[in-house]
Write a protein that binds this ligand. Structure first.
Ligand code: AKB
Length: 317
């Protein structure tokens, strides 16, 4: 077990934060991974140290980094795409401030490594729709996407000018059962499983053929850990890596669920989130991550669906 590291996870109670905290505690030991969030820490990660503070307050973050001798920071606190369109100023301020505070502290305290997630939301209506490459036109049309695109440039800037080893992936939609997503456009692909098990029906806020790139949480966690553990010479971009697993639509995931729950019915009532989905690619090309540090997904749609239904089923027993 690697005990030289002390890791701070900012936004540890969110969808990815919870599972990343659990995974990193397995690798580095529970006491070496400090979960932090604004108001409360998710009960699933109460088995290790935690601190509550507002990551928009740089002084507070700095105090915790020094007090706990932090060597790595995972910066996960952010407002996602749909909520960002509801509260554009807050989304911009939150997403940028938390990142800039972390980068500045990393520079000042010589933090060894930082992880900051970008998103496929950096792509916009002018980006290629199919197998969208890593380097292409990046003209996002959501505040969330704008903040992620600007954030990537800041990461690269801190790497080039101050040597901060910040690493990033552009997550696609992430599907998980342990902790719920909040305020995203891809959230339908999580809600659908809970509704299928509880009510045997789901009303989708995206159209039947709204294809988007998606990934099951175990793959997302593995991608994150593998990138962070990759030797520095293998990390060839400090903007962000495209990563993907599987592209599917609401109609396709519903058909997959129906194989296990034949009574399940889906209906469609697209809302403003359809416009966001329309602005994003339908699938992502992640060749560079596969070549540079060996990224490889494990879960396809059937395997993920089985695992989701099994685990959510157990939670309802
Ligand atoms: C969202 O839907 O906003 C997020 C994302 C694609 O980054 N899941």
């Amino acid at each position: 077990m690697n005990t030289k590291e002390k890791i701070l996870i900012i936004g540890a109670s969110g969808q990815i934060g919870v599972e990343l905290t659990l995974a990193l505690r397995n690798i580095y030991g529970p006491n070496n991974v400090i979960a932090s969030d604004l108001r409360e820490v998710n009960p699933l990660i109460k088995d290790g140290p935690s601190v509550l503070f507002d990551a928009m307050n740089k002084e507070m973050m700095h105090v915790h980094v020094i007090r706990h001798n932090i060597t790595q920071i995972y910066v996960l606190a952010a407002m996602l795409s749909a909520n960002g369109e509801r509260h554009p100023n807050l989304a911009w301020n939150l997403n940028m401030q938390v990142l800039l505070n972390s980068l500045d502290i990393a520079k000042e305290e010589k933090i060894k490594k930082i992880f900051w997630p970008s998103s496929m939301a950096v792509f916009g209506p002018t980006s290629p729709k199919h197998k969208c490459p890593q380097q292409t036109i990046i003209e996002p049309s959501t505040v969330y996407g704008i903040s992620k695109s600007a954030g990537e440039l800041w990461c690269n800037y801190y790497f080039k000018n101050f040597g901060v080893d910040v690493r990033s992936v552009r997550y696609p939609g992430i599907i998980s059962y342990k902790s719920a997503p909040g305020g995203g456009t891809t959230d339908y692909a999580v809600e659908i499983f809970h509704e299928a098990i509880e009510n045997k029906k789901y009303e989708s806020f995206l159209k039947p053929d709204a294809y988007l790139e998606m990934m099951y949480m175990p793959d997302a966690i593995r991608a994150t850990v593998e990138l962070m553990e990759a030797p520095a010479e293998k990390v060839k971009t400090h903007l962000s890596y495209n990563i993907g697993a599987v592209s599917f639509s609401p109609e396709e995931i519903a058909a997959e669920i129906k194989k296990s729950i034949p009574e399940f019915e889906i209906s469609y009532k697209p809302d403003f989130r359809q416009n966001i989905a329309d602005s994003w690619p339908r699938s992502i090309d992640d060749t560079q991550a596969r070549v540079d540090w060996g990224w490889k997904h494990e879960y396809d749609l059937p395997k993920m669906t089985q695992d989701m239904l099994e685990n959510i089923g157990k939670m309802h027993q």
